[in-house]
Write a protein that binds this ligand. Structure first.
Ligand SMILES: Nc1nc2c(ncn2[C@@H]2O[C@H](COP(=O)(O)OP(=O)(O)OP(=O)(O)O)[C@@H](O)[C@H]2O)c(=O)[nH]1
Ligand SMILES: [Mg+2]
Length: 472
């Protein structure tokens, strides 16, 4: 029964249609992973039909048309019935309706939403299962039946009510496939499920189902690829922030405490910026480039990376650290531990006086190594960094993993800022096997000592980071 299908583009196309304000655009945003789709509580937000293509690597997997809601379904249906000349001519009559009313403001919405359907798009009719069914929807469903295009109904749930069963009874009269799909909460697996259901809309058209199978395969492979890239980005972030240091000339008469402070701040600022850059990359891969992370007292992701709270929430526990340290010798030997946090200070000539002011200079965290040495051209140099606090890399890793998880799970229909509380952040220790933890601790130590990692060690660290990413 494919004779009524208009010649399709090489990828499947769907028109998302329905009553105003029922989540049509939200479904488009979710399925196309597009944060630019206009969504709002005001009915009539979408005013013209607009196409959104789901692309991976410049390959279009499918195309969705966001459309305005029905305005005068009864009036159209009356018109169609008046012009009826047999079931075989119904699609043609719809076409005539569009041709004759293309420039009429009265039917602007209907003309807009019918155009992509008449051009061959499958119909996805969206209703709100949280609100009761009403006879006013019948005209919409009947008009859609007249188009003769394959049709599926999606029950979205906007709010707490549950009228799914009555909706099902009504929708089954008009649609061969009826599915519940939560526009805002549907995760990746729910989206794939829906794409698999779309296959049935092809009604035996092999090219159509093959294209959707292909889309599912590409999306699954891409999901893994994003995870791999995230792991690689997080690995480079760790290597950067653990190897960096700041150096400045330190003349005998200089205010060295002030100099340490300045260099520390410079180093910390670079770390913060680097973390932001990593986050932005991850968000872009998940098509969440504009996602905002809201500053809130309870929001651990907007918590400063150097705050005590970050260390408690994201770092390893003292016991885990001690075990890790014992395994690698990371905190043992040769250095003076100034603070309980594990800072190690190598005191250079003339720096003894600094010891007393360290607390003020580094705040509560006492993070980095401070050294003074002779500059190649004579005189002294002061170096702050690399950051030696043993918990610091775990804090960076914990924050990056939580950020990744929230972004990967984030549905594109949701527009409010990403707000996270500490409770939702799974602690690092949950996702790291002890062996991996020891291996990573050794890598962190090597980065700090050697200023980087060999290709092979980097690969191992990257694999350990990837394994610790919780799959969304
Ligand atoms: N809680 C909740 N709200 C939703 C859901 N889907 C949509 N909304 C909200 O409902 C409102 C309308 O959503 P849109 O996606 O703009 O609806 P639309 O059907 O495209 O609306 P028009 O373009 O105006 O016809 C927005 O405020 C959405 O955030 C959902 O699954 N759950
Ligand atoms: Mg809309």
């Amino acid at each position: 029964m494919t004779s009524h299908l208009v010649i399709r583009p090489s990828h499947p196309t769907f028109a998302i249609v329905g009553h105003p304000n029922k989540g049509k655009s939200s479904i488009v945003a979710t399925l196309a992973e597009d944060e630019s789709v206009a969504i709002s509580p005001d009915p009539g937000t979408t005013r013209i039909a607009r196409s959104f293509r789901m692309r991976i690597d410049d390959q279009v997997l499918y195309e969705l048309f966001d459309t305005p809601g029905f305005q005068r379904p009864r009036a159209i249906l009356d018109w169609l019935r008046q012009h009826e000349r047999g079931a075989d001519a119904r699609t043609q009559v719809v076409r005539e309706f569009v041709a004759q009313h293309a420039n009429e403001d009265r039917y602007r919405n209907e003309v807009e939403l019918l155009k992509p359907i008449l051009a061959g798009a499958g119909v996805l009719y969206v209703v709100d299962g949280a609100h009761p069914y009403g006879a006013e929807y019948e005209a919409e469903m009947e008009v859609l039946r007249w188009t003769g295009q394959p049709r599926m109904a999606l029950i979205n749930m906007i709010g707490p009510g549950d009228y799914v069963e009555e909706w099902r009874r009504a929708l089954n009269q008009y649609f061969s496939i009826v599915r519940i799909f939560d526009a805002q909460r549907a995760d990746f697996s729910k989206r794939l499920e829906l794409l698999r259901a779309f296959r049935e809309l092809g009604e035996g058209d092999d090219r159509f189902s093959a294209a959707l199978d292909h889309a599912v395969n590409v999306l699954e492979a891409d999901r893994k690829e994003r995870r791999r890239r995230a792991a690689s980005e997080i690995t480079d972030l760790l290597i950067d922030v653990l190897s960096w240091h700041e150096v400045a000339p330190a003349p005998e008469h200089a205010d060295q405490a002030q100099l340490v402070k300045t260099l520390s701040e410079r180093l910390m600022s670079r770390v913060r910026i680097r973390e932001q850059t990593a986050r932005r990359s991850v968000q872009e891969w998940y098509h969440h480039g504009a996602l905002e992370i809201r500053e809130q007292a309870v929001d651990v992701l907007s918590e400063d990376v150097f705050s005590d709270r970050s260390f408690v929430v994201f770092g390893l526990s003292t016991k885990q650290l001690a075990m890790t340290g014992a395994a690698t010798g990371a905190v043992a030997g040769g250095v003076i531990d100034v603070a309980a946090g594990g800072a190690s200070l190598l005191l250079g000539a003339g720096l003894g006086a600094l010891l007393g002011s360290m607390g003020a200079v580094f705040g509560a965290n006492r993070l980095a190594k401070v050294q003074v040495f002779g500059a190649p051209m004579g005189g002294m140099q002061l170096q702050v960094g690399p950051i030696t606090n043993p918990n610091f890399p775990w804090v960076i890793l914990g924050r990056a993993l939580l950020h990744h998880r929230l972004v990967a799970e984030r549905n594109h229909a949701r527009r409010e800022a990403l707000v996270v509380d500490a409770i939702s952040g799974a602690h690092l220790s949950d996702s790291l096997a002890p062996e991996a933890r020891k291996r990573m601790a050794r890598a962190f130590k090597r980065i700090r000592e050697d200023g980087g990692l060999s290709a092979i060690d980097r690969e191992q660290l990257c694999a350990d980071v990837e394994a610790s990413i919780i799959v969304a």
